[in-house]
Design a protein around this ligand. Structure first.
Ligand SMILES: Nc1ccn([C@H]2C[C@H](O)[C@@H](COP(=O)(O)OP(=O)(O)OP(=O)(O)O)O2)c(=O)n1
Length: 118
């Protein structure tokens, strides 16, 4: 079921299953091709960027944002995540394992005891 029920624990596996079900229930699997999903995700990244556009730097935690602005931000972040999860699934990539592997590679490339270049 892909409805609005509140899940106690949210995992990549759960999101993957819900996106699969969402597409299947609407016969939209034929639209969920790798290229279409990539373009849809980039479009959502654009919508996410619009939220921050022209604001200048914003404080961590967004303390001075209205609640509705934070809700909107959550929606656009979710759209990006959901398309990313679906794209990974359609491409046969285990996103969770790939991300853990990348974190390990990052740690080797940027050891914690060396000064950051940032
Ligand atoms: N073919 C589609 C269309 C939508 N979605 C899902 C994934 C996204 O989470 C959300 C995107 O829906 P919209 O394209 O309606 O985009 P927005 O929700 O951002 O609406 P709008 O662009 O009007 O702000 O719906 C999907 O899986 N497959």
């Amino acid at each position: 079921m892909t409805g609005v029920s509140v899940e106690k624990t949210v995992t990549l596996k759960l999101l993957k299953q819900k996106m699969h079900d969402f597409a299947q229930e609407r016969d939209w699997e034929r639209f969920h091709t790798p290229r279409n999903l990539l373009l849809a995700m980039v479009g959502e990244v654009g919508e996410l960027s619009e939220i921050f556009q022209w604001k200048g730097e914003v404080p961590r935690g967004l303390g001075d944002w209205k609640e509705e602005e934070k809700v909107h931000l959550g929606e656009e972040l979710s759209d990006v995540l959901l398309y990313l999860v679906r794209l990974s699934d359609i491409c046969g990539v285990d996103l969770g394992q790939a991300a853990l592997r990348k974190l390990r590679l990052n740690a080797v490339k940027y050891p914690a005891n060396t000064p950051s270049e940032q």
